[in-house]
Write a protein that binds this ligand. Structure first.
Ligand SMILES: *[C@@H]1O[C@H](CO)[C@@H](O)[C@H](O)[C@H]1NC(C)=O
Ligand SMILES: *[C@@H]1O[C@H](CO)[C@@H](O)[C@H](O)[C@H]1NC(C)=O
Ligand SMILES: *[C@@H]1O[C@H](CO)[C@@H](O)[C@H](O)[C@H]1NC(C)=O
Length: 220
């Protein structure tokens, strides 16, 4: 393939990531480090948002037409990767793209969260050919539910969103309880695949090649 043809197609494709919209995302968006577990390269704790223990919306803008999505939780002031031991939302498979609200997602019971507990939510999607893409939000858990108007403002689904259950971790890593499966053919299930050769999230070779080219462009 002629390289200029690939580069010409980049502007539309270079945003094939996802943005965490609610709770408000930590840090600034850096597409180049979005694949760094657990917070997409944003390693400094940011402003905390009050988040209901009983559940609040988790809203993303997904630029992939299909991905595995999982929501993890770490407790404490300044958690690091090993601290994301709680699962707020087990892995689902969502077809979009665009606005996707995961509905009421609450603190898992085993985390013993109470009023004032500090935590960091990590939203994981399978958008990267080598594993996951990550965005975090820093929260303080509260007993007060979100007012209905605020919930509705922060929970929207684009037309045509379809969700089904999935398995394993959204970043494709194996887990003792959920053996990885390739039933939906996600790129996350094959972490050793070569960009450009494999289909990225079923979008086909053209996007995979473009993603590979983006990787090269990032090195220049
Ligand atoms: C994938 O996510 C798990 C937690 O679900 C984490 O332990 C692991 O380090 C992540 N893998 C990579 C490559 O970041
Ligand atoms: C969006 O879709 C998800 C998954 O089907 C659902 O849980 C959530 O309630 C929906 N939100 C709205 C506002 O329809
Ligand atoms: C939660 O509470 C149970 C029962 O008191 C305790 O066994 C467990 O260790 C607690 N977990 C955490 C994360 O504090």
């Amino acid at each position: 393939m002629h390289i200029s043809a690939v580069l010409l197609s980049l502007p539309a494709l270079s945003f094939a990531h996802f943005h965490l919209l609610f709770p408000p995302v930590r840090g600034s968006f850096d597409a180049g480090s979005l694949d760094q577990y657990p917070c997409g390269g944003q390693n400094t704790v940011g402003d905390r948002t009050d988040f209901p223990i009983s559940g609040g919306p988790i809203q993303i803008d997904n630029e992939h037409t299909e991905s595995k999505i999982q929501v993890l939780l770490a407790l404490g002031e300044n958690p690091t990767g090993d601290d994301f031991v709680y699962v707020m939302l087990p892995t689902i498979y969502a077809q979009g793209p665009q606005e996707f609200c995961m509905g009421m997602v609450g603190a898992p019971a085993e985390a013993n969260v109470t009023e004032g507990t500090k935590g960091t939510i990590s939203v994981v999607t399978s958008g990267d050919s080598n594993g996951g893409l990550y965005q975090c939000a820093d929260v303080t858990f509260v007993n007060t539910p979100l007012p209905e108007a605020e919930y509705n403002d922060n929970c929207k689904n684009a037309t045509g969103i379809q969700v089904s259950s999935s398995n394993g971790n959204a970043n494709g890593s194996s887990s003792a309880t959920s053996p990885s499966s390739s039933s939906d053919g996600g790129a996350a299930a094959s972490p050793t695949s070569t960009p450009g050769a494999a289909s990225v999230n079923g979008l086909g070779p053209a996007l995979a090649v473009a993603v590979g080219a983006m990787g090269i462009a990032a090195l220049l």
